[in-house]
Design a protein around this ligand. Structure first.
Ligand code: ZN
Length: 366
């Protein structure tokens, strides 16, 4: 158990399930590629080394004690599996140098049988990391989470974002088979993990309101996400599905709920107060301390103020609220800001757990 807590995440989850008061509410943090900073490692040093990757995640959990630890199926290596080329980024996710799909009329290189086979190195090492995390932290955590990107974001990675978005506007019928392929791919990958975890996250950066319109979200993202979530729920009734879309998602919050997601996470372009009014009675909200402007570029004072402001806006959201960063924490984030994030988040999450007679001011007067 972390020295600053009174319960492990597992004990906390059990307290919730029994209707008892936990020591504090859960704290969620997408501390993935940045977690190597604590050990002086660049992402490229450990992304494809399962033992080191698990060590980085366990070390970050031991240091900070947030509630969710997960592993992500990086789709980088899939780009190469299907004949594309990557441009290696030492500190963060790799960029695609040459996408596998040059022409949407030819999807012959996309072979679903390769996915999760012994040729799919990403699957092999993700599975190993997942089991190492389960062995190391399974007693403390109720679940080891699993994350993957959504079909539209995968389609953009495999054919280029500009090409996909232009094609949606001009030749939509050419894009649908690619979205079908990635829907089947995500469902296939999930099927290997659903017996071992109930905690799933789907990231959909390309469905951002900054890139596509609400109409395009409803036609080219929502139906595919819903099919993926329905498939998970069919296999397991206790799944908890976390949907994260970057950028301004205010106009698609209601459609995001109709995917069947249980937790909607948003970045700072959406005000938590607005999200609470629009969808707070339907799903758990998660967000949204500004990742770049505050956590990366600000100082501890900014982090402290921003977390209190998030709680003040969303603590009374009817279905619940979990504090988190607006997006994944970038490599290079000052460790002092991370320590402040956890210190203030813990303090507010303890107040939040008391539940009674709270007001927005409760989170500022502690
Ligand atoms: Zn994001």
């Amino acid at each position: 158990m972390h020295k600053d807590d009174l319960m492990t995440p597992r004990e906390r989850a059990n307290a919730f399930a029994r209707g008892e008061e936990p020591d504090r509410m859960p704290i969620v943090l997408g501390y993935g590629a940045a977690a190597g900073d604590l050990l002086g490692l660049d992402y490229d040093d450990w992304r494809e080394k399962p033992g080191l990757r698990a060590k980085v995640a366990v070390n970050a959990y031991n240091e900070f004690g947030y509630d969710g630890v997960s592993t992500t199926y990086d789709t980088d290596a899939l780009v190469e599996l299907f004949g594309g080329e990557l441009c290696v980024n030492r500190r963060g996710p790799n960029a695609v140098q040459r996408p596998p799909v040059a022409d949407l009329r030819d999807l012959g290189m996309l072979d679903l049988d390769l996915v999760c086979s012994d040729k799919d190195y990403t699957f092999q090492h993700t599975s190993e990391v997942f089991h190492r995390l389960k062995d190391a932290l399974g007693d403390e955590l109720p679940q080891i989470g699993f994350g993957i990107e959504a079909p539209l974001t995968l389609a953009a990675r495999f054919a280029g974002t500009g090409y996909i978005l232009k094609s949606i506007l001009r030749r939509a019928e050419l894009v649908r088979p690619l979205l079908e392929f990635f829907t089947a791919l995500v469902i296939k990958v999930h099927s290997f993990f659903v017996s071992e975890t109930a905690s799933f996250t789907v990231f959909d950066a390309v469905s951002s309101g900054s890139l596509i319109s609400p109409r395009i979200y409803q036609e080219f993202s929502l139906p595919y996400e819903k099919r993926i979530f329905d498939a998970l729920k069919e296999k397991r009734s206790d799944v908890s599905i976390h949907l994260h879309i970057c950028g301004n998602t205010q106009k698609i919050l209601l459609p995001m709920v109709s995917t069947g997601a249980d937790i909607i996470s948003m970045d700072e372009a959406v005000k938590l107060e607005t999200a609470k009014q629009l969808i707070g009675d339907k799903v758990i909200l998660s967000g949204n301390v500004p990742t770049m402007a505050v956590i990366l570029q600000g100082g501890p004072v900014d982090v402290d103020r921003s977390i209190r402001d998030c709680f003040a806006q969303a603590y009374d959201s009817p279905r619940g609220f979990s504090i988190s960063a607006g997006c994944a924490i970038p490599p290079g984030t000052p460790i002092a800001n991370m320590r402040q994030f956890m210190a203030t988040a813990r303090e507010c999450a303890r107040i939040h757990a008391r539940g009674k007679n709270l007001s927005p001011a409760s989170f500022f007067n502690a």
